[in-house]
Design a protein around this ligand. Structure first.
Ligand SMILES: [Zn+2]
Length: 111
């Protein structure tokens, strides 16, 4: 459980969440839910986590962190997102490093 609270603490200090897109402007989708995937940046933007609820509900967060550079050329620069959801802090362009991001987390692009 100690590990859990460390993650929760890191997640509280996140930047984001940001809706994720590929470089051709396709939304990143979680196959299991059909939801538009968001990313949040941790630890001074060096780590990326995935979630699929703009409200950052705990259960929507994939509790694995990835080096941001694996998914996005650094430095990462979030830009304005047009989704209209006030909980969304912007959009981030990623390259699909691995479609299997974690248990029950398959990523794909819509369109
Ligand atoms: Zn958005």
């Amino acid at each position: 459980m100690a590990e859990e609270s460390v993650f929760a603490q890191r997640f509280r200090n996140r930047e984001g969440p940001y809706h994720l897109y590929d470089s051709a402007d396709h939304p990143v989708i979680r196959v299991e839910t059909g939801a538009h995937v968001l990313g949040a940046l941790l630890d001074g933007r060096t780590r990326l986590v995935f979630l699929d609820d703009p409200g950052c509900a705990e259960g929507s967060v994939l509790r694995m962190t990835y080096p941001t550079g694996e998914w996005s050329p650094e430095p990462v620069e979030p830009t304005a997102c047009a989704c209209g959801d006030v909980r969304c802090k912007g959009r981030l362009v990623i390259t699909l490093h691995d479609s299997h991001a974690g248990p029950d987390w398959m990523l794909t692009f819509r369109g």
